[in-house]
Ligand binder design. Structure first.
Ligand code: GDP
Length: 533
């Protein structure tokens, strides 16, 4: 195909988009996300040895002081992207921090994926963090594939787990497989969508095709007791749960359920096949002015994450761009819609489990890193000239608000600059009170404050402390009625601030005050979540 005509680009972009599966794994800590990630990457040939995902984290952690927080506490702060190819498809796995104090990062990452894998521990089912992350997926109608992990250990009854998913998440479940035995007796899984037995401790891909549950081969493969149980239960689940319905799955109202053991590398290939077959390629995305289709000729994309210190030699910042349409070429100059400036993309980076590489081109569904010196920030849309903005990189109302205390007033200017930059990266949110008092910072998780404190000191040479404020709650305030906003601002000046983008926020000392303001000012809307731009 001649790639130089606009029509050919359209076809090429549509074709390349159709090969992409961009997804994230959501899980409560310890459910097995890291182990599953390793096994997925191994299958895709992205890494040679299992164990490297963790090893990479540790190596990185030694690079700079603030990363040592990661190491000390054994948590992963950084989000990275891992790309691998299998059977002609390109998988982009967007990694997310495991610790809930960094969940803002995870929420933003979820705006950049087309599907999510929800990992559950078979002994625990739905846990607190699973529920929170699921709610973000639901907000964005992200299709979810469920993987019930640790089936090699004694766990809960699979039927009970399915019921729990259905009830707790109000999500239809459609089992894609059924376990044969569990814990020490786990023998394999029976593939319900494409009748076959996938045996434990054999090469995962080499499954035994069957004609169905009555196939006589089963009698030689599965001991009598287990077989009776399998026939019984598989009959129950096929009758008792909805058949897989792609439309419902794409709308985020039904989840196919796989079973396996990441540790034993069992069921992972099955899950990957499921992702290939069921998870959608990039779909049209809403921008403020119109919907943008992945197959369009012109490049569009948005920044969902900014990361500093990826390369200690060049104190650079890398903005992660999710490509939404067209082709990104090395050397492109793109319009940053927020500022109207041109941004050169000289060396877009692709990330692999071990390394980063300069990309010659990237397509819809891909994520590339763009090194920059603080020009790009979270929520920025980049295009080839069209002034549109993608919706939906969210800010969440912080759960903790702190006033910055500076011991050396001479450093005030430096502190301001540092806070601006760190807010661009999404490390913290910054709010400037309208009465001119010192800035208030907001975080969702308290560990974010430790990271901020450490980075201020190490990178910017600004030692700072953080004090509690009289405020407990924050809401963004909007209204069509400008007069009402003006009156509200006059009345509550000492409890109002602007966020990083100049949007108005109200601060409240208690939930009672918040509720009262909402009742008194009915012409205003108070939001706990703000979509940037
Ligand atoms: P994460 O916190 O979700 O990333 O969880 P990890 O992948 O670090 O796993 C947490 C613990 O569970 C580790 O000790 C793993 O070895 C263990 N684990 C993970 N998957 C399995 C599994 O399928 N079976 C068993 N028995 N243990 C597992």
């Amino acid at each position: 195909m001649d790639q130089d005509t606009p029509e050919a680009f359209t076809t090429a972009a549509a074709h390349e988009a159709s090969r992409r599966r961009s997804f994230a794994i959501i899980a409560h800590p310890d459910a097995g996300k890291t182990t599953l990630t390793e096994k997925l990457l191994l299958k895709g040939g992205a890494i040679q040895l299992a164990g490297q995902v963790r090893a990479k984290g540790n190596r990185r952690a030694t690079r700079s002081d603030w990363m040592s927080i990661e190491q000390d506490r054994g948590i992963s702060v950084a989000t990275s992207v891992m790309t691998f190819e299998r059977d002609g498809l390109i998988f982009n796995l967007l990694d997310t921090p495991g610790h809930e104090d960094f969940s803002e990062d995870t929420y933003r990452t979820l705006t950049a994926v087309d599907a999510a894998v929800m990992v559950l521990d078979a002994a625990k089912g739905i846990e607190a963090q699973t529920l929170k992350l699921f709610e973000v997926c639901r907000l964005r109608d992200i299709p979810i594939i469920t993987f019930i992990n640790k089936m090699d250990r004694e766990g809960r009854d699979p039927l009970e787990l399915l019921d729990e998913i259905e009830k707790t998440l109000a999500l239809d479940v459609s089992p894609a497989a059924w376990p044969v035995g569990q814990g020490r007796d786990l023998l394999g899984v029976y593939d319900l969508l494409d009748p076959a037995l996938r045996m434990l401790d054999t090469a995962d891909g080499s499954h035994i095709p069957l004609s169905g549950l009555e196939d006589p081969q089963l009698e030689t493969l599965v001991p009598e007791g287990l077989l009776a149980e399998l026939r019984d239960q598989a009959g129950l689940v096929t009758g008792g749960y909805p058949e897989f319905d792609r439309e419902a799955f794409l709308q985020g109202t039904l989840t196919p359920v796989f079973f396996g053991s990441a540790l034993r590398d069992f069921g992972v290939g099955h899950l990957l096949d499921g992702l290939a077959r069921l998870a959608p390629p990039p779909r049209p995305r809403a921008a403020d002015a119109r919907m943008v289709a992945p197959g369009e000729a012109k490049l569009t994309g948005f920044v969902f994450k900014v990361q500093a210190n990826m390369d200690p030699q060049h104190r650079d910042r890398v903005a992660f761009l999710r490509v939404c349409s067209g082709r990104l070429q090395k050397g492109a100059r793109l319009l940053q819609v927020r500022t109207g400036k041109q941004v050169p993309v000289n060396a877009p980076l692709f990330f692999f489990a071990k390394d980063r590489q300069v990309a010659e081109e990237a397509w819809p569904g891909d994520v590339v890193g763009i090194a920059n010196h603080g020009i790009l920030r979270i929520g920025d849309t980049l295009t080839e000239g069209e002034p549109i903005n993608f919706r939906g990189v969210p800010s969440f109302a912080p759960e903790h608000l702190r006033r910055v205390r500076l011991d050396d007033p001479m450093l005030a200017k430096k502190l301001n600059k540092a806070l601006e930059q760190l807010a661009d990266e999404g490390v913290v949110q910054i709010f400037r009170p309208l009465d001119g008092s010192p800035p208030v910072i907001g975080v969702v998780g308290l560990l974010q404050i430790d990271v901020l404190q450490s980075r201020l000191k190490v990178e910017y040479g600004v030692p700072a402390g953080f004090e509690h404020t009289q405020w407990e709650y924050l809401r963004w305030v909007t209204s069509e009625d400008r007069d009402a906003i003006a009156r509200f601002s006059q009345f509550n000046r000492s409890e109002l601030a602007e966020d990083h983008d100049g949007a108005l926020v109200a601060l409240f000392a208690s939930d009672w005050r918040r509720k009262r303001a909402e009742e008194e000012w009915k012409m205003l809307s108070f939001h706990a979540l703000r979509e940037q731009h």
